[in-house]
Design a protein around this ligand. Structure first.
Ligand code: ZN
Length: 67
């Protein structure tokens, strides 16, 4: 996490919402990628689809750039 956001505040914000945010929060707490289900690394980040490891998030970003 390099966005400078406190994890405590971030998790608290996530748990205030229902639905998919709970799944994302659970993945974050387990440090687990929401896509490949492998252990999230230090570069893991939140995407529109969940908490993803750097590999999955980079693949998503690449696919978006390619249209
Ligand atoms: Zn992944």
């Amino acid at each position: 996490m390099k966005n400078g956001t406190s994890r405590a505040v971030l998790v608290g914000d996530l748990f205030q919402s229902d639905g998919p945010f709970l799944t994302i929060a659970e993945d974050f707490l387990a440090q687990r990628c929401g896509l490949c289900r492998h252990t999230a690394d230090d570069e893991a980040r939140f995407t529109n689809d969940g908490y993803w490891c750097s590999s999955c998030a980079s693949a998503l970003a690449a696919s978006v750039r390619q249209g």
